[in-house]
Design a protein around this ligand. Structure first.
Ligand SMILES: NC(=O)c1ccc[n+]([C@@H]2O[C@H](COP(=O)([O-])OP(=O)(O)OC[C@H]3O[C@@H](n4cnc5c(N)ncnc54)[C@H](O)[C@@H]3O)[C@@H](O)[C@H]2O)c1
Length: 350
């Protein structure tokens, strides 16, 4: 019998009771494919075991760590496909050194995170949570409603730090709100900006002009605390900040102070620094911020989409094609990786 294309799923895709974590991740296309054989790895805790991974062509990885010591012998593994877009649990260099492509799933998160940003924008500018509290107070609450006007969006300026996968989708979704769009992204394509109706500006202009400012960049040395005290001081007192990127892009102490002093109107945060915050973090006591446990985009469709993107990557690799979402792009020039692609093409394409 011809050798199958072998796919491993990290052990944390099974809950301790043996039921699947994220059941909306449809494993059926893997099961139904005549040339694919897949299995859960057994070993839990610690990094993925190299011994267990031997003989596999691809790994779909949830939260478990993939370290240098996880690289299996035999040189067959061609891809580590993360279930999501974060990859701080993966030793990227070890992947690159061994001709292993690290793949993430931007296609799976684009819409769900962009929807989360729109949801936060509507909730904070519409003062939805405040009005929910008033309603529950009965007559005294209703009597207060005149003091809690929302903030209309027509003609207001929606700004973004970063205009990549999610930032661009946010602007697409926001189109019917008739807002003005601006973004700061040193690497953005002017053609994409023009297409979306976004004016590209510098950071200072972005902070000065935005009425709703969303952070949509990756967290790296350049963007750590890109929202800091100095830049917050440029914001309008009526402006709102939204962060769904990573907690570290915002200097949370500076934001907390600005919110305490009502220097800006409010904030909507899906991400914090650290996560979870300590029980005595002052940001938890503020009324002008809406908080989420880094899970606002978590929907059935989000995880179905992430799973479908990983399955698509498996099918591509099996057919000898480059999967979408490769993080370590240089690996695609690596002779070892190209040889794996060639081998797969010879085995399974056509
Ligand atoms: N909240 C969640 O559950 C969740 C889920 C997925 C992704 N995210 C986060 O959302 C953010 C955006 O993800 P994405 O998929 O759009 O990433 P992306 O890589 O497609 O886009 C990031 C953009 O930031 C730009 N950028 C880089 N340096 C910059 C700088 N100094 N100033 C301004 N822009 C800069 C890049 O050019 C790029 O266009 C990331 O931080 C990601 O980790 C959060």
């Amino acid at each position: 019998m011809a050798e199958k294309f072998r796919v491993a799923l990290s052990s944390d895709f099974l809950k301790p009771d043996g039921s699947p974590a994220f059941p909306m991740f449809d494993r059926k296309p893997l099961s139904d494919h005549p040339n694919i054989e897949w299995a859960y790895l057994k070993q839990g805790g610690g990094p993925v075991s190299a011994t267990e991974l031997e003989g596999y062509d691809a790994l779909i990885l949830l939260a478990q760590r993939f370290a240098r010591e996880s690289v299996p012998k035999g040189g067959r593994l061609g891809m580590v496909a993360r279930f999501g877009v974060g990859y701080d649990t993966v030793d990227v260099e070890a992947c690159s050194d061994n001709g292993i492509a690290l793949v993430i799933t931007p296609d799976g998160v684009r819409r769900p995170v962009a929807v989360s940003i729109i949801a936060l924008m509507l909730v904070i500018t519409g003062k939805l949570l405040v009005k929910d509290r008033l309603t529950r107070q009965g007559p005294p609450g209703f009597a207060q409603k005149i003091n809690h006007m929302g903030y209309g969006l027509v003609g207001r300026t929606l700004g973004s730090v970063g205009m990549g996968n999610i930032g661009a989708e946010m602007f697409r979704l926001a189109k019917p709100f008739d807002m003005t769009f601006i973004a700061c992204d040193p690497y953005a394509s002017p053609a994409l900006a023009a297409n979306l109706g976004v004016r590209l500006v510098d950071l200072e202009t972005l902070f000065r002009e935005s009425d709703v400012l969303a952070v949509n960049c990756l967290l790296n040395d350049e963007t750590h605390h890109v929202v800091n005290a100095a830049r917050i001081s440029l914001m309008k007192p009526t402006a709102y900040l939204i962060n769904t990127s990573r907690g570290g892009t915002v200097d949370q102490a500076a934001l907390t102070k600005a919110l305490q002093e009502n220097r800006i109107a409010g904030a909507g945060l899906d991400v914090l620094d650290p996560e979870p915050p300590s029980a005595d973090d002052p940001i938890l006591t503020l009324d002008n911020v809406v908080l989420n446990p880094h899970a606002l985009c978590w929907t059935d469709q989000c995880f179905a989409g992430i799973g479908a993107a990983d399955v698509a990557a498996v099918f591509d690799l099996m057919a000898g094609k480059e999967p979408r979402g490769i993080v370590n792009r240089a690996t695609t020039e690596n002779a070892g990786w190209r040889a794996k692609l060639e081998r797969n093409r010879a085995r399974f394409a056509g």
